[in-house]
Design a protein around this ligand. Sequence first.
Ligand code: ADP
Ligand code: NA
Length: 316
Amino acid sequence: MTRTLSLITPSGRLTLGNLLGALRPMAARQEDAFYGLSDLHAMTTAHDPALLRDRTSEMATLLLAVGLDRATLFRQSRVRTHAQLAYLLECTAHTGELNRMIQFKEKGRGVASTRVSLYTYPVLMAADILLYRPSVVPVGDDQRQHVELTRDLAIRFNAAYGEVFTVPSIATPAAGARVMDLADPTRKMSKSADAAGSIFLLDSPDVVRRKVARAVTDSETGPAAVRADRAAKPGVTNLLDILGACGGEAEGITTYGALKKAVTDAVVAELEPIRKRYDDLAADPAHVTDVFAAGAARCREVTAPVLAAAEAAIGL
Ligand code: ADP
Ligand code: NA
């Protein structure tokens, strides 16, 4: 079993998409797993301090509520080695290669001014990875370029200053569930808190019912309308995917109304134990804080030798 590392940015609220596409697989892999909330990455665009604190604390509690109680959980900002190594890597990175990062170009487009941290974000991400020496990094298409940069920086640093970093290979993750936005099923369900087509893990049964009822389908009628066809029927396909992933049964369903009822029931049943556990945990916030503090201590232990080796090699 190789070391697993995954960071989620507390820039919004965890969704059913996060649960099915990320948190469930994470819960199934907790041995030598480091799961972090990348609060530093949540500050690369305009942010509200109080909101960031609330989102981070909600996400921390939710990670425990979905069953991540054996992995090492931490907040990135509480493990100072991340920011410290990022600086050393900035002394390795070239502006030309950061200029080429597609995400920076996209997020900066049409914005009057962008934060320097948005520009250097891929370097901090490289530090996030290299500190834990994973041999393989599974990465989706949107982050692939950043992991390639991570490899380039590690190779360059090793060549210039000595073999400090393990250069991770890039793996394509097993195609997990991809949940689409209910209001626009051509887009991925997003955790930004104002997304009307997202089901958040803490949505009440009534809110889930309302959102599913409003989900976009299509105008086809007749007994064959309820079928999967991602290109022609993205909304219905998404509902069928959600139903299946939440343990529901599409067999015998012939109307969109019945499909939505079944999806609502399946999602509500899926979220109910999470909400319940969240409420219990929220009643004892000190416990959550303790778990994350212990996780951060473990991360410092694991990452300190890597930072120390990098510092020594670079001449500090
Ligand atoms: P971040 O900014 O932290 O990358 P995301 O919410 O985009 O936040 O992704 C966090 C994790 O959840 C990633 O593993 C991503 O693949 C997964 N994920 C996010 N949205 C969905 C979705 N709609 N369907 C399936 N998986 C998703
Ligand atoms: Na992402």
